[in-house]
Design a protein around this ligand. Structure first.
Ligand code: ADP
Length: 611
């Protein structure tokens, strides 16, 4: 984590007050010090002048001017002061900085500020460059009272300023030391502030930046400073709350995603701009979409104007639009579309697509089935009604006719009975709840019972029935299945083989074990089935020759029942036929002995299977 760097200006901020205070102090000292020192020196010089005042006065009276000049030289040598004595008219009469001969050449001092002031007020002082010595001096002048009403002489004492700058330099030295010491202390303080404030602050900022970048699982360390620790705790709480909210939103999104992914209904969501926001796997599957769909217009995703139309209807009219569309080959489908506008701020719509191909097929099938059944019922009912009306209208009187008609009525009743029986069987086989009661039994028994049922019919049509187990053990071979349904299957196949046969023809039923399955073959020498009809004979009510089928008492449902039974036993059926030569049905039923249900029956114990 990169810590942010604070600017030098900010980091040095605590130093500024100290630095400026130091600067102001130094400036004040630089400006005021010379003046203060000059005043102090002036006072000192005044004291010295007062000490010398009497001596000068008495010497002026007693010894005259020349000895005075020598005397000032002596005094000055002891004290290093410059001592000057000026006559009331401004003429210098003694000066420690000049020799006797130079004295004559000195200019009049009456206009010197300190001398003027002393002449007026008794004493005066000034700080200036000496025009005589060209050095900077502090001058103090003191009037020396003269005898009688004579004007006063002026005694002047001066000290060069060089002395002053020395003192000043010492003071500046002390000041500089103090400033460095202050700087040191401030730097230490600054380092402490940096450690306690800037560094933890930088860490907090870096942490906050992590959070801002979306890493909500990041947590900030608590700095030592209490206020910063509070800030860090608040940020952590904020991060946790955001993390929880994001988790909740993510959970909800995953939940929705899971629902959308697992639903068999296709879903397409359109955003407020009319572009695709989402399509689920089912939608992709129904319309065969492979490319990315998000952010594109629906028509770009699915090249079907109906989709656009349904969506527009929902968006413009604000009501749910429903329509059924046909998707052309290679994957022809019937799809029901429903679109509804989304009741959100940004708008948009949701389009659902349901693959109703199977539903439509079943609906058509059911409609056709009802039509077929009605049609099948209509013919015998019309016949019965016809015979009954004829009887009522007088045929009852003629005994022979009446008997013939009653026989016909009975025949039609049998036909109706057969039709209803077949419909009931078919309905049971097609029911969702297990239509088969599977048990283990001997194949030989099944074949015996089926042939028994048809023996009479075969004799009536003079058709010979040959039953041939493929080998000695076949009859005792065990098979697990619904015995009643399987018997019905054999009866239907044999019945057809007899019905659609020639007088004097024959039917061969052979059966045996082949690769874990029982194979039944029903071969006849009958009419045969045209090739184009062969794929359709298993359809309900499909007949090759309607008249012949009805005459023979067929319902058109026999082979549909056979197909259901075979499929219900995971078997297979094949047909091989040529017109005029005969037909062969081959049925393979897996024996399924290993799926034995122990409480089913005791058939397995009889296992004499030698196959
Ligand atoms: P049906 O009750 O009419 O016999 P099925 O479903 O049993 O109905 O048979 C459908 C049609 O298949 C029959 O109408 C008949 O035309 C034809 N068919 C079935 N079995 C044979 C067969 N062994 N020989 C010739 N045609 C047959």
């Amino acid at each position: 984590m990169a810590r942010p760097r604070f600017s030098l200006k900010l980091r040095l901020a605590p130093l500024w007050p100290v630095l400026s205070a130091g600067l102001v102090a130094a400036l004040l000292i630089a400006v005021l010090l010379p003046r203060l020192l000059a005043e102090y020196t002036a006072e000192r010089l005044l004291t010295a002048a007062r000490t010398l005042q009497k001596e000068v006065a008495s010497r002026l009276n007693e010894t005259g001017q020349r000895p005075l000049h020598r005397w000032v030289h002596e005094i000055s040598a002891e004290s290093e002061l410059r001592i000057t004595v000026v006559r009331p008219d401004g003429q210098v009469i003694a000066d420690s900085a000049r020799s006797g001969s130079q004295l004559e050449a000195m200019d009049n001092h009456a206009q010197r500020p300190e001398i003027q002031q002393a002449a007026e007020e008794g004493w005066g002082w000034s700080l200036r460059d000496s025009s005589t010595t060209l050095r900077r001096y502090v001058y103090v002048a003191l009037a020396v009272p003269a005898k009688g009403d004579q004007q006063a002489f002026i005694l002047r004492v001066a000290e060069p300023l060089a002395e002053l700058s020395g003192a000043r330099n010492r003071l500046f030295g002390i000041l500089a030391f103090a400033a460095f010491a202050a700087l040191g202390v401030t730097a230490g303080h600054s380092w402490w502030v940096d450690r306690r404030l800037f560094r933890p602050l930088a860490e907090l900022i870096a942490g906050a930046r992590e959070l801002a970048d979306g890493r909500y699982d990041h947590r900030l360390a608590a700095p030592r400073a209490q206020e910063l620790a509070q800030l860090s705790r608040s940020l952590n709480r904020l991060a946790q709350s955001v993390e929880e909210q994001i988790d909740a939103v993510a959970d909800e999104r995953d939940h929705l995603q899971a629902i959308l992914s697992s639903t068999s209904e296709g879903v397409m969501v359109i955003d407020g701009r009319g572009k695709t926001a989402l399509v689920n796997p089912a939608f992709r599957d129904i319309f065969g979409i492979e490319q990315e769909a998000t952010g594109r217009y629906p028509l770009e995703v699915v090249r079907n104007p109906e989709i656009e139309g349904t969506l527009n209807e929902a968006l413009e009219r604000g009501k749910a639009g429903i329509r059924q569309i046909e998707i052309p080959p290679p994957r022809p489908r019937t799809v029901t579309l429903a679109a509804d506008a989304l009741d959100t701020e940004s708008g948009g719509a949701v389009l659902t697509a349901r693959d109703t191909t199977e539903y439509t097929r079943l609906t058509i099938m059911r409609r056709e089935f009802v039509a077929n059944v009605s049609h099948e019922l209509k013919t015998p009912l019309a016949a019965i009604r016809g015979y009954a009306e004829t009887l009522r209208d007088g045929a009852l009187e003629e005994a022979a006719t009446a008997e013939r008609f009653v026989v016909r009525i009975l025949e039609q009743c049998h036909r109706l009975q057969a039709l209803l029986d077949d419909l009931l069987v078919l309905s049971r086989l097609e029911s969702v709840e297990a239509p088969f009661e599977k048990r283990t039994f001997e194949v030989g028994h099944l074949v015996d019972r089926a042939t028994e049922v048809l023996r009479g019919a075969a004799d009536a049509r003079r058709v010979t029935l040959h039953i041939e187990p493929c080998d000695a053990g076949a009859a005792r071979a065990l098979l697990r299945g619904d015995e009643v349904s399987l018997e019905r299957m054999l009866v239907n196949l044999l019945d057809n083989a007899i019905k659609y046969n020639h007088q004097g023809g024959s039917v061969h039923l052979s059966y045996g074990i082949d690769d874990g399955a029982i194979v039944f073959t029903v071969q006849d020498t009958g009419l045969g089935i045209p090739e184009e009809s062969q794929p359709r004979i298993f359809e309900r009510f499909y007949r090759v020759d309607k008249g012949r089928s009805r005459d023979a008492g067929g319902t058109g449902l026999g082979l549909a029942i056979v197909k259901h039974v075979v499929q219900g036993h995971d078997g297979q059926i094949e047909v091989d036929s040529s017109v005029g030569e005969g037909t062969r049905f081959r049925v393979t039923i897996p024996r399924n002995l290993d799926t034995e249900d122990p409480k089913a029956d005791s058939g397995a114990a009889l296992d004499g299977d030698t196959a």
